[in-house]
Write a protein that binds this ligand. Structure first.
Ligand SMILES: [Zn+2]
Length: 389
């Protein structure tokens, strides 16, 4: 008898279990189905920064008994989506903060429900770029920063100016981009093309017209002692210029020249920027690419602005030379020094001693030849002395 009752109970239990397994929701075990009180764990991997266009949001939903119905809401409205990946077209949303809510029920009898919320920011509006003046007018031999301002923080900028393309990756909303016209650059209109991307990746473009106007440059007649004439060998000049062009052609970040230059020595101008020279009564040379400041030998020469020493060595034509990289394509150079007091790679601040003035290289007397280069283009450095440019 006892055996029969036992067998009947076994059959009954097995029958209930089979019946449950036949109808079990989501594969939950019987114990889970009846006793579970733990809601599913819900995680939302929302985009960190502002986003634009279509974005994918990953959801992580897990439960010990099994996940049942999942409901997604965007700003309180139901959102159709198939976890674990949600596709959201943010172009249809107003710019700003949005709330994503995910509710997930498990498959137990109680339908325990877990939820998570995430806020993310959308931006589908390109930045608005402005400049104080457009067109910008500069003269031959002049350099000028063109200040680009954005109405929102940018993630990236790209400048195209002649042959130069300068990418800038920095979270900023204003940047002064330096443009220069060399003394022999033809007058006319050139274009500075600016492309900018905001934090979400929206793109904006701006074209600044730069009108180059003729400059006026004097002619100097320079006597050259016979022992220096080998330095005028065009081959020597070309080699040295090519070597320096390699130095001036490096564009580094960040710019450190804002706020104007300090004059490296206080001596008077003995040869102006852009002047054309007749060496030893010969034909007119190419324009003078710096300014000569007459000072006694041994006069301390200081850095015009903060920067890094890009070159500090003796050259045949320029003598003992120091070149400072001020960032974003701006360099100053100091030639004919009697002594160099800095090392390549050294960081300098405006006013730091670079060396002593002298007459090494192709120089007829002690003076400082001071140069400004902007993306390799020579301009008058005196134009950047003082608070403004
Ligand atoms: Zn000079």
């Amino acid at each position: 008898m006892a055996v029969r009752v036992g067998a009947a109970l076994l059959v009954l239990t097995a029958g209930v279990a089979l019946a449950f397994y036949a109808i079990r929701p989501g594969g939950a075990s019987l114990a889970c189905y009846l006793a579970d009180r733990d809601p599913p764990e819900v995680r939302i991997q929302a985009p960190a920064g502002p986003v634009r266009a279509r974005v994918t949001v990953a959801l992580g939903i897990s439960d010990n008994c099994g996940v049942g119905e999942v409901r997604v809401f965007l700003d309180g409205q139901p959102l159709n989506g198939a976890p674990p990946q949600l596709e959201i077209d943010t172009a249809k949303l107003p710019d700003g903060d949005h709330r994503l809510t995910v509710e997930a029920a498990d498959v137990s009898l109680r339908r325990n429900t877990g939820r998570a919320e995430a806020i993310f920011k959308t931006d589908n509006t390109p930045p608005a770029l402005t400049v104080p003046a457009n067109p910008v007018a500069i003269k031959q031999g002049e350099a000028r920063p063109v200040e680009i301002t954005s109405n929102e923080a940018l993630s990236r900028l790209e400048f195209r100016w002649g042959d130069v393309t300068v990418p800038v990756t920095a979270g900023l909303s204003t940047l002064a981009f330096p443009v220069a016209a060399g003394p022999t650059d033809p007058p006319g209109v050139r274009r500075l093309e600016v492309t900018a991307w905001d934090q979400a990746g929206n793109e904006a473009r701006l074209v600044v017209e730069v009108r180059i106007q003729p400059g006026t440059f004097p002619v100097d007649y320079v006597p050259v002692p016979p022992e220096l004439t080998p330095l005028l060998d065009p081959e020597v000049l070309v080699q040295e210029e090519r070597y320096l062009a390699g130095v001036f052609g490096q564009v580094t970040w960040p710019p450190r020249w804002t706020g104007g230059f300090r004059r490296p020595v206080t001596g008077p101008i003995s040869s102006a920027f852009g002047s054309r020279r007749s060496y030893a009564g010969g034909v007119l040379s190419a324009p003078h690419l710096g300014v000569d400041l007459a000072v006694p030998a041994g006069t301390p020469v200081i850095a015009a602005a903060d920067g890094r020493v890009a070159l500090a060595e003796g050259l045949r034509v320029r003598g003992n030379a120091v070149v400072i990289d001020h960032g974003l394509g701006v360099y100053t150079a100091y030639y004919h020094l009697s002594q160099i007091r800095v090392q390549p790679g050294q960081e300098v601040r405006a006013g730091d001693l670079l060396g002593l003035a002298g007459s090494t290289g192709l120089a007829t007397g002690p003076h400082l030849h001071w140069e400004l280069r902007v993306f390799g283009v020579p301009a008058d450095p005196l134009g950047w002395v003082g608070a403004g440019h």
